[in-house]
Design a protein around this ligand. Structure first.
Ligand code: NAD
Ligand code: UDP
Length: 338
């Protein structure tokens, strides 16, 4: 039986990955410091999958705790989701982001080396492409960062590459996510932002449920079909399926390899609003305001490398993403705090 350690497994993407791994017959061990999540999501993962697994409330900055997990379980590979992810906050408190994301990852890798575990799937982001010159974005494009959060992702990618240069037995997949949205179709797990959402989809669904009065659309003067920003929205369940394909790929391939996980299609902010309205029959009042500082106009993936090498492609469309987000929101108006 193959056992996967899932760091950050109580969080939005990690919880969906945990379900997918359990349903695909893997054993899992989850660690999370619950800094941006709750025990309730762990409970829900178990409910959906109908399986139990060990959970450790453990901080990657606490090496002893991480060591203990590796001493207790025979881990085969690691899916590493744990990290802080709020772009704006990373500008205000950069050291916390560098400390948490980078030191946390270094600690994890050190313990992995000690236990001779060399297979790692890492949550990177399309943010490592900075402000791309053209779209669709390919893995070979030049990399840069526009904020401390993005720099942590970029630095971790380089650190992982250096690990492989030093020891060619490492097998690492750098998965560059585009814009994950949606939720598990059961409506039991989903995105659960603290306070006012920073990201578009959770904001829209909180307007729909009446928690926010209206959506503020950040700019309508981009060079796009309706002037609003264009992104590659991908259903979180499709996204985590890509992780399982990456895991399989690492069984037969040494080295470090980056993959875009996106649909290859770009939709604007107003496209998403309109689809959400159509699917849910809820009206989303909005107001156009200034561009958000640091935002780019258009970003969508060329996902062909993942299709060719991993045998993975996104299956779900924007309707599914809106439907499942709304199902999660309706069933859990206060997120996991019900
Ligand atoms: P999330 O905040 O819901 O999940 C991250 C989890 O990691 C949380 O449960 C948090 O408590 C935990 N965590 C944070 N620091 C930790 C530490 N030091 N030790 C142990 N646990 C820790 O975020 P998410 O949306 O599920 O994102 C997962 C990963 O994917 C992150 O690395 C994020 O940067 C990356 N990512 C997310 C997106 C997105 O839009 N959601 C896009 C690109 C990349
Ligand atoms: N956006 C918006 N209002 C919001 C949040 C986001 O208009 O309240 C826009 C944002 O300017 C961008 C798109 O929605 O064009 C996606 O933003 P998000 O923060 O979700 O993802 P990212 O910027 O990381 O791609």
């Amino acid at each position: 039986m193959t056992t996967i350690l899932v760091t950050g497994g109580a969080g939005y993407i990690g919880s969906h990955a945990a379900v997918e791994l359990l349903e695909s017959g893997y054993e899992i061990v989850v660690i999370d410091n619950l800094s941006n999540s709750s025990m309730e999501s762990i409970k829900r993962i178990k409910e959906i999958a109908g399986k139990n697994f060990p959970f450790y409330e453990c901080d990657l900055l606490d090496v002893e705790c991480v060591e203990n997990v590796f001493n207790t379980h025979k881990i085969d590979s690691v899916m590493h989701f744990a990290g802080l992810k709020a772009v704006g906050e990373s500008v205000t408190i950069p050291l916390k982001y560098y400390q948490n994301n980078i030191t946390g990852t270094i600690n994890l890798c050190e313990v992995m080396i000690k236990h001779n575990i060399k297979k790692l799937v890492f949550s990177s982001s399309a943010t490592v492409y900075g402000n791309p010159d053209k779209v669709p974005v390919e893995e070979s494009f030049s990399l840069s960062a526009t904020n401390p959060y993005g720099r942590t992702k970029l630095m971790i990618e380089y650190i992982l590459q250096d690990l492989y240069f030093a020891d060619s037995s490492w097998r690492i997949a750098l998965l560059r996510y585009f814009n994950p949205i949606g939720a598990h179709e059961s409506g039991k797990i989903g995105e659960n932002p603290n306070g006012i959402p920073n990201n578009l989809m959770p904001y829209i669904s909180q307007v729909a449920i009446g928690k926010m009065e209206k959506l503020f659309v950040f700019g309508n003067d981009y060079e796009t079909h309706d002037g609003t920003g264009v992104r590659d929205f991908i259903h979180v369940v499709d996204l985590v399926k890509g992780h399982l394909k990456a895991l399989e790929y690492l069984e037969n391939h040494e080295g470090v390899e980056a993959f875009n996980l996106g649909t290859g299609k770009g939709y604007s902010v107003l496209d998403l609003v309109k689809t959400f309205e159509d699917v849910t029959s809820k009206r989303i009042p909005y107001k156009i305001v200034e561009r958000r500082k640091g935002d780019i106009g258009v970003c969508y993936a060329n996902p062909q490398k993942a299709e060719k090498k991993l045998g993975w492609r996104a299956e779900k469309d924007l309707n599914d993403m809106c439907k499942d987000t709304w199902n999660w929101q309706l069933n859990n108006p206060n997120g996991y705090r019900n």
